[in-house]
Design a protein around this ligand. Structure first.
Ligand SMILES: [Zn+2]
Ligand SMILES: [Zn+2]
Length: 257
């Protein structure tokens, strides 16, 4: 049975709604603050219970607070997701037709790319090929900026990838609409956009999952096929670790993915 919502739950939901997405430590702080202000029972390890109480009340509204991971640093994030509209149509009220088409095409590029990024040049080249209404490059640049501000995309050095909020909201949509290219991480089993790929068996892992998984291994081997992991492990200097020459595949081990 669903537990009663208190003022603390309502306050928490309001703040999360106004942010759309919040980072894990911020969310934990908010949990504590809401419980203190409204003088309800607080335990630092009860955030998930607290959220599932809210979720049970959101269910009739087809809304849900979902937890996801940032593909950049592996930190947890919480986002309020609208389950009634699982497609890009949920963006429809906020953008024009050709802006949506640009977003869909950008998503195509990102999801089918090897590393989970699309360059601004490639995206801007799409602008005058839009079927709905062509866009000037300047205009498209402006639209991309808005997608970043609205946290559908994130940008790093002129390269665009999907924002954590977009991945949490659209995971199911992407998995069912890109069945040939969208893949799940072998470690955490959620959608992997920025990832590394095993050249032998084809499994993929998020970069933070790669980092975590291989931290405990003496030699990086694929969790699926046990072949040597040929990509650079993020945050780990292979040349400092124990002699990779033993594997006889030093050349491969320094390959950038
Ligand atoms: Zn993962
Ligand atoms: Zn493998």
């Amino acid at each position: 049975m669903a537990t009663q919502m208190t003022d603390a739950h309502r306050r928490f939901l309001q703040v999360l709604m106004s942010h759309g997405i919040m980072e894990g430590s911020e969310t934990r702080k908010l949990h504590r603050q809401c419980c203190e202000i409204d003088k309800v029972y607080y335990a630092h390890d009860k955030l998930d219970d607290f959220i599932s109480t809210i979720n049970s009340h959101l269910q009739p509204l087809f809304m849900q607070i979902r937890k996801g991971m940032s593909e950049d640093d592996g930190r947890a994030h919480y986002a309020l997701v609208n389950l009634a509209e699982t497609e890009i149509t949920k963006m429809a009220s906020d953008y024009t037709e050709n802006e949506l088409e640009l977003f869909r095409k950008t998503m195509d590029l990102i999801v089918s790319s090897e590393n989970g990024f699309a360059s601004s040049t490639d995206i801007l080249n799409l602008a005058d090929q839009l079927k709905t209404k062509k866009m000037k490059k300047k205009e498209a640049e402006q639209v991309l900026k808005v997608f970043v501000e609205d946290r559908w995309l994130s940008e790093r050095n002129g390269e665009y990838t999907l924002h954590t909020r977009c991945i949490i909201e659209m995971e199911q949509y992407i998995l069912s609409n890109y069945p040939d290219v969208a893949r799940k991480c072998n470690i955490c089993h959620s959608l992997a956009i920025q990832s590394q790929l095993c050249e032998s068996c084809g499994i993929v892992m998020h970069l933070p999952c790669v980092r975590k998984y291989f931290r405990a291994q003496t030699e990086p081997r694929c969790p699926q096929c046990n072949d040597f992991w040929s990509c650079d492990i993020p945050g780990m200097n292979r040349t400092d670790s124990q002699s990779p020459s033993k594997t006889g595949r030093t050349e491969k081990s320094t390959r950038r993915c």
